[in-house]
Design a protein. Structure first.
Length: 562
């Protein structure tokens, strides 16, 4: 089988395994992967790595497919809103599962019958121990466990009790179905693990039809087998579960089928954030962030709302690669990939975040001119757009200094500067308020320098951006910093929680910023560059009477620099 992707692909150990399996014709040259999220929260950047890997393999090889399967075995935490959000995120990243969408709940009847098969083989039993008692019987990592007193129940009694569990005869926690393996195993997951529990909760798909639900370890491997998955790719924390994965499939003796193989890779760990869905949920539920799609969150929906692009995320996933070793990736690398992508595609716009009023004394009050601004200097033939110039304009406060040092190449008293796309201007006077703060600057332009070019060829080093009072739109800008202060917030000091490491300055809001009106023509969440400032996008909750811009990423790229 030939690799269909002519582009240079980063080689990883999983693709090496697949190549070996193809060469040996292990799976009759049909590769089948799956992406199996639990619908109990939104996907994050770590899931994006798995999405790119599983769907990427399906795109790379002939006759290869990738399923989307929702592992919906815990109705207490799952919801249809997450099912919809997950599908939206995957499509936004640019992947399509076609008709290959499945749910573990599709297989509940089959899973129940497979559990009966294990009981009949003497490989599963109904246990009455409660959770605390099971922990006590399980033993520790250094001491073996001991058998449950209910392990010797007959096959007939187990089948009857399991049927009673299904019919709702017992309450939550009264009984569980456990695999009968080895309580002395070095692997604690092989010490007669629970494979079914009673849970009288409404399921988002099956309603109240079921009151018993399979555990993830039992349902996952069987679902893989039912769907003819060849390579069940998961993260390293499931490596210790692999013996149970294989044990269940081997004990069921599935006929006429080559069993899937579980392969583990290192999960993504990013600096200054957390990747645990449980911890992300805590941030949402305790209102430390606005929602799952808060632009500070590492969720795909949060990144999309902040102006990230699918290409940037996929490029990032390709650069970090797939390995067997856990490591910590600098968040700056993700931002580097984003800047690289935005630099060539993002339109340039003008915005002034901290406005300072500038009056052009030798310009008529009623006069306006249209200047032509370049849409993207990084792209040839990107075109231009008109921007209005008038007597009163605004510049950034940081672009003016009253007593400027010699190497300050922006606006200062008696100095000339280039107003980008417009004229050369010289500061002639300033106005201060009672506190001594400069609140208004007066300038004169060289009327022969339209377009910012000196007619006599004199050199002007400084160039600043500006916006006309007659065209400016008012906006509030949300600026974001890292959500956590330390690189590894999950490794907090004893007695402290990751919540204690939250950065109280992760969001700052700049009010009454001025932006050019063409920004309102941009699609929401489509990133653009405010010249000399950074990349931004219109927030999805923005309205005409309340324009909100989210800062996507700053201009400066520190990745790889000291």
């Amino acid at each position: 089988m030939e690799n269909n992707n002519n582009n240079s692909e980063s080689i990883n150990f999983i693709r090496n395994i697949i190549e070996d399996d193809l060469n040996s014709n292990k799976y009759q040259r049909n590769i089948h992967t799956r992406f199996p999220p639990e619908p109990n929260g939104c996907l994050h950047i770590g899931h994006a790595k798995s999405i790119c890997l599983n769907f990427g393999i399906a795109e790379q090889y002939e006759n290869a497919t990738c399923n989307l399967r929702f592992d919906d075995t815990n109705p207490v935490k799952e919801d249809t809103q997450f099912v919809n959000a997950i599908q939206e995120d995957i499509k936004w990243l640019g992947f399509d599962w076609g008709d290959k969408i499945h749910y573990t709940s599709d297989y509940y009847e089959k899973l129940y019958n497979y559990a009966i098969c294990l009981i009949k083989k003497g490989k599963a039993f109904v246990c009455d121990l409660n959770q605390e008692e099971m922990r006590e019987y399980r033993g520790t990592l250094t001491t073996p466990g001991k058998d449950s007193p209910f392990k010797t129940r007959s096959v007939e009694e187990n089948i009857a009790l399991f049927a009673d569990m299904r019919s709702g005869k017992f309450n939550d926690g009264d009984k569980v179905l456990r695999a009968k393996i080895d309580m002395t195993s070095d692997n604690i997951h092989m010490r007669d693990p629970v494979i079914y529990r009673i849970l009288k909760a409404n399921h988002h798909r099956t309603g109240s039809e079921w009151v018993i639900y399979p555990m993830y370890d039992f349902a996952h491997c069987i679902s893989d087998a039912i769907e003819n998955i060849t390579h069940s790719i998961c993260t390293l924390e499931f490596e210790i579960h692999r013996p149970l994965y294989d044990w269940i499939l081997n004990e069921l003796e599935l006929e006429n089928q080559i069993l899937p193989q579980q392969i583990e890779f290192a999960r993504l760990n990013l600096t200054n954030t957390v990747m645990s869905k449980r911890k992300l949920l805590k941030l949402v539920e305790e209102n430390h962030v606005d929602s799952w799609d808060d632009p500070r969150m590492p969720t795909i929906s949060g990144m999309r709302r902040r102006g990230y692009t699918p290409n940037a995320i996929k490029s990032f996933c390709e650069q970090i690669g797939v390995t067997k070793y856990n490591s910590l990736t600098d968040f700056a690398l993700l931002e580097h990939c984003l800047r690289n992508d935005l630099n060539t595609q993002a339109q340039r716009k003008i915005g002034v975040l901290n406005p300072l009023k500038v009056v052009i004394d030798n310009y008529d009050e009623d006069k306006t001119e249209e200047m032509q601004a370049v849409n993207n200097p990084a792209v040839e033939d990107s075109g231009t757009r008109p921007i209005v110039f008038s007597k009163v304009i605004y510049i950034e406060k940081t672009d003016f200094m009253e007593d400027a040092p010699r190497k300050f190449f922006r606006l200062s008293q008696g100095r000339e500067v280039r107003l980008k796309y417009a004229y050369l201007a010289t500061c002639t006077n300033i106005i201060k308020n009672e506190e001594g703060e400069v609140v208004e600057v007066h300038c004169e332009i060289d009327p022969n320098s339209r377009g910012g070019k000196a007619p006599d060829g004199r050199k002007v080093k400084g160039t600043i951006h500006w916006i006309s009072e007659k065209s400016a739109i008012c906006a509030n800008i949300h600026q974001y910093d890292r959500l956590f202060n330390s690189p590894e917030p999950e490794n907090c000091e004893e007695g402290k929680s990751f919540i204690d490491d939250l950065n109280k300055d992760s969001l700052t809001i700049l009010k009454n910023c001025l932006i050019e009106p063409s920004i309102l023509e941009m699609k929401k969440e489509e990133a653009f560059q405010l010249e000399r400032t950074g990349y931004f996008c219109i927030d999805r909750k923005s309205k005409k009477d309340n324009v909100i811009l989210n800062r996507t990423v700053a201009m400066r790229d520190s990745w790889g620099k000291k």
